[in-house]
Design a protein around this ligand. Structure first.
Ligand code: VLZ
Length: 135
């Protein structure tokens, strides 16, 4: 049985998110707001298909993907770039590569008990977020 990411996940920590925002050229004022937001993840997973929503009081971000299928991701409301995105599995981990203007861009997501971990990386910056299952 692959890891089950279905559900609603509430942010409990967000380490160095502002570094990521800076690395993707988000302006100072937006960074100050965005880095203090509590984010909620809503994930609907059906086999290899994922529908994900990252929600906050300031902005929401939605992205849907199928494991192993490259697609063009428009980072709407973030840095508004187009990247070529592929999400694969490494055991129970999801590993995302976002090819585009910014090198080494992507994220990894995994479960530890009822916690969801997300590590976001761009250039030499790494952010670590933890979410707790709420539904
Ligand atoms: O996560 O792609 O969980 O499948 C932040 C929105 C979204 C609120 C971050 C802040 C996206 C707005 C992270 C800042 C300007 C992401 C994937 C893995 C989604």
């Amino acid at each position: 049985m692959p890891a089950d990411y279905n559900g609603r996940w509430e942010m409990v920590s967000n380490d160095k998110f502002e570094d990521i925002l800076k690395a993707i050229d988000i302006d100072f004022a937006t960074r100050k707001i965005a880095s203090h937001l509590s984010q909620t993840k809503e994930i609907v997973q059906d086999g290899d298909k994922f529908e994900t929503k990252t929600l906050s009081t300031f902005r929401n971000y939605e992205v849907n993907f199928t494991i192993g299928e490259e697609f063009e991701e428009h980072t709407k409301g973030l840095d508004n770039r187009k990247v070529m995105t592929t999400v694969t599995r490494d055991g129970d981990k999801l590993v995302c590569v976002q090819k585009g203007e910014k090198d080494n861009r992507g994220w990894k997501q995994w479960l530890e008990g009822d916690m969801l971990h997300l590590e976001i990386h761009v250039l030499d910056k790494v952010c670590h977020q933890v979410f707790k299952k709420s539904q």
